[in-house]
Design a protein around this ligand. Structure first.
Ligand code: IPE
Ligand code: IPE
Ligand code: MG
Length: 593
C-alpha cells in the first residue's frame, strides 16, 4: 500500500513537472510549441522537457541581474545537479525532473546535451561575434546537440529520419535559419538585456543600425538591416530538397515548421518599431491557417502508419487551462424526443454516412412573429440540439450544420454579432463529449471574434477523442473560399518543387481542404423552402442527394431529420453508372450507399 501511495505521488510530481515544461514552451514560444504538438502525443512531453531545459540553462547564462562569475557558477551548479538528479532518477526542480525522466524513458545521451551546456557556460561573459562564421559556430555549439538528441528520440520511438551525408551543410544551414529567425523575433527581449546576438560585420554594413538598435530606435538603417537578415534567414530555411525522402508524418511536420518560421519572418518584417519591444509571432489567423491542414495530415499519417511509441507514454499532463478534458469513456444517451417519438428502424447499410443541413428560415420565423431576426436563430438553437440528438439516436456517423456563411457578412452588424454571441453561448453550454460527439469547426477565423475562435478550438480539442458522431459546424464557411485555399496550397507546393503539377489528383486537392477526412455528403437537406446550395460544401456535396423542405428551421425537430433520412433511403444513387436491369419503383429496399 505505501508503495502504491509513493508511486502515485511520484506520478503526480512527474505530471506536474511535464505540465510546468509545457506551460513554459507554450508561453514563451507558441510557434515551436505548435510544431511540437504536431508530433505523436507520446513524444510531446519529451520535446517540452528538452526545450524547457535548454531555456532554463540559457536563462541562467544570460541573466542580466548577475555578474559573469555568478552566472558561470549558477550554470555549473545547475548542470552538476542535473547529473546528480540523473543518477537518483528524480529532481526537486520541475524542469530537471522532467528532463531526467525523458532521458531515462527514451535512453537519450546526456553527454550530448552537456556539450550545449558547456558552450553556454563559455559565454556567460557576454556573447559577441565578429563574423557569421563565429556566429554559426556558436549556434551550432549550443543548438546542434538538441537536434541530435531529438533525432535519437525519434529513432527510439521507431520514427527513423534518413539523413544524407551530402546534405550535412544544408541541415546546418537550416538550423542556422531557425536560430536566426528566433533571434530576430526575440530581438526586443535580447536588447532589453543589453544583448545583440548578431555578427559585428553585418551590423557594420548598416551604418548607425547598431546604435539605433541599442537605443531602441527603429530607423531606416534598422529596417534595412532587419530586412537583410530576414532575407538571409528565408534563404537558409527555404530548402525544399530537404523534404525529399522523409516519411509522410515527419515530412508534414517539417513542412509546417518551415512555413511557420517563414511566417514568423514575415511578421518580423511587418512589425516595424514593435520589433524592438516585444516578441514577434505570426498572427493567430496565420498560425491557424498553416497548422490546421498540418494537424489533419499528421493525424491521418499517424492513423495510416501505426506509431510504435505508445508504451513509452509518460503520464499525460492534464490540460492546464482549467478546462476538463473528457476523453472517450462511457457516453450518455441523448434526451428523448419530448413527444416520445422514436427513430425509424433502418439497417446500418441504409443510413447515409454523412448528412449536411442548411438550417434556413430563422429570420422569416422571427419576422412572422414581429420579433427581431436574431430571435429566430435563438429559437433555432433548440432545433440544432434536436438535430444532433436525432442523429445520435439514428446512429449517423457524420452530421454537418451550416451556421454562418462567408456571404452572411452582408447582414447587419447587429444580426451578425448577436449570432456570434449565441454561437459562443451554445458552445459553452453544450455537452458534446457527454454524448460521445466529436465537434469540429470548418471555416475561416478571419473576422470572427477571437473568443469565439477560442471557443471553437477549445470544443474541437476537448472532444477530439469522441467517436460516436462527428458534428461539423460550418461557421464563417464558404465553399469557394475553401477550394481557393486548397488550390493556393497546391500551387505553393508545386512552385516549391514538392509536387509535380502533372500528377495532381483529386485526392491531393481533397487533402488540402479544411477537414481532409470529412467524407462526401450523401444527403444535403435544406429547410426554409429555398432550393439552392448557397456555397455549402461544393466539393463534398458533388454527388449528394438533395432534399428540400418548406418548414422554417426553428419549426423543425429531430423527426424532420428522420424524415429526410427516410426519404434518402428511397433514392437510387448511380454515380454515373446506368442500371443493368429496368428499375422498379422502390419502397423500402436498402439504398446502395
Ligand atoms: C439561416 O437563416 C441562418 C443564417 C444564415 C445565420 P436565415 O437567417 O437566412 O433565415 P431567413 O432565410 O432569412 O428566413
Ligand atoms: C445559407 O443561408 C447560410 C446558412 C444557413 C448559414 P442563407 O439564407 O444565407 O442563403 P441565401 O443567401 O438565401 O442563399
Ligand atoms: Mg436564409
Amino acid at each position: 500500500m505505501p508503495d502504491r501511495l509513493t508511486s502515485s505521488s511520484n506520478e503526480r510530481a512527474l505530471r506536474a513537472a511535464y505540465r510546468h515544461c509545457r506551460r513554459a514552451v507554450r508561453r514563451r514560444d507558441p510557434v515551436e510549441y505548435a510544431v511540437m504538438q504536431l508530433t505523436p502525443p507520446a513524444l510531446r512531453p519529451a520535446w517540452w522537457a528538452m526545450w524547457a531545459a535548454f531555456a532554463a540553462a540559457d536563462d541562467i547564462a544570460d541573466d542580466p541581474g548577475t555578474d559573469r562569475a555568478e552566472r558561470a557558477a549558477r550554470l555549473h551548479a545547475w548542470t552538476t545537479q542535473l547529473d546528480g538528479d540523473l543518477a537518483g532518477g528524480r529532481s526537486d526542480d520541475p524542469v530537471r525532473h522532467a528532463l531526467v525522466d525523458t532521458v531515462h524513458r527514451w535512453d537519450l545521451d546526456l553527454g550530448t546535451l552537456h556539450r550545449s551546456f558547456t558552450t553556454l557556460a563559455a559565454d556567460t561573459g557576454g556573447r559577441e561575434f565578429a563574423t557569421w562564421a563565429q556566429w554559426s559556430s556558436w549556434v551550432r555549439g549550443t543548438n546542434h546537440s538538441w537536434a541530435v538528441e531529438g533525432l535519437r528520440l525519434l529513432a527510439r520511438a521507431g520514427v527513423h529520419i534518413p539523413l544524407w551525408l551530402d546534405r550535412t551543410e544544408s541541415y546546418r544551414r537550416y538550423l542556422d535559419g531557425l536560430y536566426l529567425t528566433d533571434t530576430l523575433a526575440d530581438l526586443g527581449d535580447d536588447l532589453s538585456r543589453g544583448e545583440l546576438l548578431l555578427p559585428a560585420d553585418v551590423l557594420a554594413s548598416f551604418p548607425g543600425a547598431e546604435d539605433d538598435l541599442r537605443a531602441g530606435r527603429y530607423t531606416p538603417a534598422v529596417r534595412d538591416l532587419v530586412s537583410h537578415l530576414t532575407g538571409r534567414a528565408r534563404h537558409w530555411l527555404h530548402q525544399p530538397e530537404l523534404l525529399g525522402g522523409l516519411p509522410p508524418g515527419p515530412a508534414v511536420v517539417f513542412d509546417a515548421a518551415t512555413r511557420l518560421f517563414l511566417a514568423r519572418l514575415d511578421a518580423v518584417d511587418a512589425a516595424g518599431g514593435k520589433l524592438l519591444h516585444q516578441p514577434t509571432v505570426p498572427s493567430r489567423v496565420t498560425r491557424w491557417r498553416l497548422l490546421a491542414p498540418a494537424r489533419a495530415q499528421t493525424a491521418l499519417a499517424r492513423r495510416l502508419l501505426s506509431c510504435p511509441v505508445d508504451h513509452r507514454t509518460p503520464p499525460p499532463p492534464a490540460e492546464s487551462r482549467g478546462t476538463v478534458v473528457v476523453e472517450s469513456g462511457p457516453v450518455t444517451s441523448p434526451p428523448p424526443h419530448p413527444g416520445g417519438a422514436r427513430p425509424p428502424s433502418l439497417a446500418p447499410g441504409e443510413l447515409p454516412r454523412h448528412v449536411a443541413v442548411i438550417m434556413d428560415g430563422n429570420g422569416r420565423w422571427a419576422t412572422q412573429r414581429g420579433l427581431p431576426r436574431s430571435e429566430g436563430r435563438r429559437e433555432g438553437s433548440t432545433a440544432v440540439r434536436e438535430a444532433f440528438h436525432g442523429a445520435l439516436e439514428l446512429g449517423l456517423p457524420y452530421l454537418t450544420l451550416y451556421s454562418f456563411s462567408t456571404e452572411n457578412w452582408k447582414r447587419s452588424t447587429d444580426e451578425v454579432s448577436e449570432l456570434f454571441a449565441l454561437c459562443r453561448e451554445e458552445l459553452r453550454t453544450h455537452r458534446f463529449a457527454q454524448y460521445g460527439v466529436r465537434a469540429r469547426w470548418a471555416g475561416s477565423p478571419e473576422g470572427l471574434p477571437e473568443d469565439l475562435v477560442d471557443e471553437l478550438l477549445r470544443v474541437q480539442h476537448e472532444t477530439r477523442h469522441q467517436t460516436r458522431l462527428t458534428l461539423t459546424l460550418c461557421l464563417n464557411y464558404g465553399g469557394r473560399a475553401e477550394l481557393t485555399r486548397a488550390a493556393r496550397a497546391l500551387a505553393h507546393r508545386a512552385a516549391s518543387g514538392q509536387i509535380d503539377p502533372a500528377r495532381i489528383h483529386e485526392a491531393d486537392l481533397a487533402a488540402q481542404l479544411s477537414l481532409p477526412d470529412l467524407p462526401d455528403v450523401d444527403l444535403l437537406w435544406r429547410t426554409g423552402g429555398e432550393q439552392r446550395v448557397s456555397n455549402f460544401l461544393p466539393w463534398h456535396a458533388a454527388y449528394a442527394e438533395l432534399h428540400f423542405t418548406d418548414a422554417l428551421w426553428p419549426d423543425t425537430d429531430r423527426r424532420d431529420l428522420w424524415q429526410a433520412v427516410t426519404a434518402y433511403t428511397h433514392r437510387r444513387r448511380r454515380f454515373g453508372s446506368a442500371p443493368r436491369v429496368p428499375e422498379q419503383p422502390r419502397s423500402s429496399a436498402p439504398a446502395p450507399v
